[in-house]
Design a protein around this ligand. Structure first.
Ligand SMILES: [Zn+2]
Length: 256
């Protein structure tokens, strides 16, 4: 099999003009907690945003549950898929893809990497948002941000972005059999990182973030107001760093 020279396959300049972003998360509601304000702002600025959820969310039922049968898990899966779709509708997310890996057991496998490369090469995002593959010991949100599924999703998302998506030698069957040309992602935003370097002003979209979070009824339901108070103060603290009312924080890196 002979592939065209990389420079003939794609043009970075051409890609940079595409306002397409992809948000890769382990679970339903991860993006709403970590980056929904930024997503809503990008959508308002004309970006086409896609979500990818790596797991089936089947371990996200009530903490006090006594029935964890397959039937009960199926109900949780369907409920959380619908809630995620509802949240995406609030934010203006174009589409959401569910990869369906078992919740709580996600691993950064070559298979998952390939699934993500397929999506990157198909939708050609210029930006991605993903979770941190590295455990954070920051006091705020440290354990939640470092859930093993989050770290696995982050590792897979980053490994798929570089070099696999842009390297014609990686997963050559995606090009040979599916016609998916290598694609370079130029901006990467990592949530829950131990070393944040980018603050995103979400003052104009904080209400949309609340509405999107509220869509996850089975998770937040009766605790929504309590969670909102806590998150409100968290984002207000970040906002103070740049003189705005609310902000989300990331580790941003460029890949050129
Ligand atoms: Zn999660």
């Amino acid at each position: 099999m002979v592939l065209p020279a990389t420079k003939e396959i794609y043009s970075v300049t051409e890609q940079e003009q595409q306002k397409v972003a992809m948000v890769v998360m382990a679970h339903a509601d991860d993006a709403e907690f970590g980056c929904a304000g930024t997503v809503a702002r990008w959508v308002k600025e004309g970006w086409e945003v896609y979500y990818v959820l790596c797991t089936d969310n089947s371990s996200g039922g009530p903490d006090e549950a006594t029935d964890v049968s397959e039937e009960a898990r199926k109900h949780v899966v369907e409920t959380r898929m619908q809630e995620q779709r509802n949240a995406c509708a609030v934010l203006g997310v174009k589409d959401v893809f569910f990869l369906g890996h078992h919740d709580g057991e996600l691993q950064p496998t070559i298979e998952l990497r390939k699934e993500l490369v397929r999506l990157y090469r198909t939708y050609k995002p210029t930006r991605i948002i993903c979770q941190s593959p590295v455990r954070s010991w920051e006091p705020i949100m440290s354990m939640g941000a470092s859930h093993p599924d989050h770290r696995a999703a982050g590792e897979a998302a980053l490994s798929a972005a570089y070099p696999a998506s842009q390297n014609p030698w990686d997963f050559p069957d995606l090009f040979a059999q599916e016609g998916l040309k290598p694609h370079t992602i130029t901006e990467i935003f990592v949530m829950g990182s131990p070393a944040n370097n980018y603050i995103s002003d979400i003052s104009s979209t904080i209400e949309l973030k609340w509405d999107a979070l509220r869509a996850h009824t089975s998770q937040l339901g009766e605790h929504f107001d309590e969670i909102r108070t806590w998150i409100d103060s968290y984002h207000a603290t970040m906002g103070k760093k740049i003189g705005s009312a609310y902000a989300e924080e990331f580790h941003r890196t460029e890949n050129r």
